[in-house]
Write a protein that binds this ligand. Structure first.
Ligand code: ADP
Ligand code: MG
Length: 623
């Protein structure tokens, strides 16, 4: 007996919409059909317990017939079940889908809806279901539809328990008749499903890349036979993150990382998430090597739902700053069938996200406390991420603040407290840093020679991090000072040159440099060979750099202070000099030398500097 009918009155309206919106990620139909097969097998196992035969899903690529088939030996469907689950129920989820999609956020999410089966029509101009239920005495059913709107249903001829869904592939979707293309999708979405999945390629032999020659030698023959005898599932049915961390080896963690991300790199270290209560969360988060200036670099956290890949980088679940990590997370309880805006406000998701943050912080603290040396070797790679996390998430900062390190120009690592202790009495509440160790070498050495540690702050995030530590980090009055912004730590208590008139020297330099804005200050620096130092106001410089970072370029008046070292003989000589012309020459030369220790001179400045140097040498030579 054959029945005919309309799947649903709503179908006419809904199918075109499904097709259009699903289109953006049409690969998903493969995931949906495979996961239906897996579900059918899981259900059978639940009813029957362990079985002798292998329960599996086979995806068959048959280019000659123009078909892609999904076969499982699971529970199968009776006539009534096809009626109920295929002809009716799907549309309640389709309606839900439409209801949820009143916003603009129409991309990407579709696969999260239980529309599964009907996604087949994105790639097919005819879909058949050939199924036999496990129930005793059930008769096979053959269901057929060309558009997902009208169907026919009759008794089928199937003898084995299970279901085959056959898609006659649309002309414009022919790519899905290529085994390599299908394999790619299977790897992406089904790579860790719990049921073995096999890919069978029925394309004519000469089209198979592995057999591209007509050789009949024994080796090839054996090879072929071996292939046919023991095909391997395309998926890993027992992903490492579902195992107990106690049973996982270091090599296994690395291998999983390489496999997940198709890389030869090793991760630095990882956090294995394994929670059953109060929520179910399994996963591994890897710390990759993060390079300097990580702007634009994104990690990848793959989200699974019961071993079915759902999406990468779901911002609602993974705290944003953890997006630099890589890994896999399996959350079976996550309500993925609803829209993202729902996830955002979901208390459960918030708890999940807080738990992940805490675990990551625990790992860092654990390494810091028990493997300090090892932790230090990681620091160069992970510090941008950790700092970013502190800025983004106060809770994370509170958790890890004791494990934050500062790296000195000598390559040593200190915590904030350690820095303070080491530099007590020398650097009151100040942390001296350099942004470019080479260019600022002369200023750095002034501090280092005085026994003050200078910290390297040379990544993009550091500027933000320092502001955060000063204002948001609860570090009362702490100040980061670049080595060329301050000399307070470098001064010496000496009488030398105390009689030099500051105002007179300022006038001398202002006139020589033709710059009436310049501030000149007399100090006694401990390094007596260093005549002058050019200081740039810390806050002003940071403000300038910040706005440059955000693409604005204000013409800020550079706020420089020229420090004259009254302890240096050159300065005292200059102050006493009577030959005005030579004094002016020396002023300009000294100013340029001070500038040079910060950055190279350019264009005319350089030309003038060289000419003046020659002039000075000539003067000396004449003596
Ligand atoms: P969902 O999987 O979200 O329930 P689908 O549209 O993917 O929605 O499938 C609808 C229903 O059809 C399933 O719940 C299941 O009852 C039935 N079904 C689909 N494919 C199979 C199959 N291969 N074997 C047995 N039942 C199936
Ligand atoms: Mg489904």
């Amino acid at each position: 007996m054959q029945t005919k009918g309309n799947i649903s009155i709503h179908a006419q309206n809904i199918m075109p919409v499904i097709k259009r919106w699903l289109y953006s990620d049409k690969d998903i139909f493969i995931r949906e059909l495979v996961s239906n097969g897996c579900d059918a097998i899981t259900k059978l196992k639940m009813i029957k317990g362990d079985m002798d035969e292998e329960l599996k899903v086979t995806v068959t690529v048959d280019p000659q017939a123009g078909e892609l088939r999904f076969t499982d030996n699971g529970i199968g469907m009776t006539h009534e079940e096809v009626e109920k689950y295929i002809n009716q129920v799907a549309f309640s989820s389709a309606e839900e889908f439409l209801k949820n999609y009143t916003g603009d956020d129409k991309g990407g999410i579709i696969g999260h809806f239980g529309l599964g089966f009907y996604s087949a029509f994105m790639a097919a101009d005819k879909v058949t279901i050939d199924t036999l239920s496990f129930q005793e005495g059930a008769s096979p059913v053959l269901w057929e539809s060309e558009d997902g709107m009208e169907f026919s249903m009759q008794e089928g001829g199937r003898k084995e328990r299970g279901t085959t869904i056959t898609l006659h592939i649309l002309e414009e979707e022919k790519e899905f008749l290529s085994a390599s293309r299908v394999l790619e999708v299977l790897n992406r979405y089904c790579g860790y499903m719990a049921t073995p999945i096999y890919l069978q390629d029925l394309s004519p032999k000469e089209e198979k890349p592995a057999h591209d020659h007509d050789c009949d030698c024994e080796e090839c023959h054996d090879h072929e036979e071996a292939k046919e005898e023991s095909p391997k599932p395309v998926n890993d049915t027992h992903p490492l993150w579902l195992k107990n961390p106690k049973d996982c080896t270091e090599e296994e963690y690395k291998e999983t990382y390489r496999k997940l991300f198709h890389t030869f790199d090793d991760p630095l270290f990882w956090v294995h998430l394994n929670v059953d209560y109060p929520f179910n969360l399994k996963g591994i988060l890897y710390f990759p090597r993060i390079k300097k200036d990580f702007g634009g670099q994104e990690g990848q956290i793959k989200l699974f739902n019961r071993q079915v890949f759902v999406a990468d980088n779901i911002k609602e679940v993974i705290p944003e700053f953890l997006m630099l990590l890589k890994g896999a997370i399996d959350c079976p309880d996550l309500p993925l069938n609803v829209s993202r805006s729902f996830l955002q406000n979901d208390g459960y998701v918030k708890k999940l996200s807080a738990h992940i943050t805490k675990k990551v912080a625990d790992k860092l603290n654990g390494l810091f406390n028990t493997e300090r040396k090892q932790y230090e070797t990681y620091w160069d790679d992970i510090h941008p991420f950790v700092k970013y996390g502190c800025i983004r998430d106060q809770k994370f900062y509170d958790l890890v603040k004791g494990s934050l390190l500062l790296k000195s120009t000598a390559g040593e690592y200190f915590t904030l407290e350690e820095y303070k202790a080491r530099n007590e009495g020398k650097a009151e509440k100040k942390i001296y840093y350099t942004t470019e160790q080479n260019r600022q070498a002369s200023a750095v050495s002034l501090y280092v020679n005085k026994g003050i540690d200078v910290i390297v702050m040379d990544t993009l995030i550091d500027m933000n991090f320092m502001s955060f530590m000063e204002f948001g980090g609860g570090n009362d009055g702490l100040q980061f000072v670049r080595v060329d912004a301050d000399v307070s730590g470098l001064t010496e208590d000496t009488e030398e040159g105390k009689d030099i008139d500051q105002a007179q020297m300022e006038k001398l330099f202002r006139d020589a440099l033709n710059n009436q804005e310049l501030t000149v200050k007399l100090e006694a620096l401990s390094d007596k060979d260093m005549p002058v130092m050019l200081l740039e106001d810390e806050q002003m410089r940071r403000y300038k750099e910040m706005s440059a970072m955000y693409g604005q370029s204000f013409d800020f008046p550079a706020r420089y202070t020229l420090v004259l070292n009254r302890a240096c003989e050159t300065v005292r000589g200059l102050a006493a000099m009577e030959d005005e012309e030579t004094a002016s020459l020396l002023c300009r030369q000294l100013f340029d030398l001070a500038r040079l220790s910060g950055r190279p001179l350019e264009a005319n400045d350089l030309k003038d500097f060289i000419a003046r140097s020659n002039q000075l040498i000539a003067l000396l030579a004449r003596k």
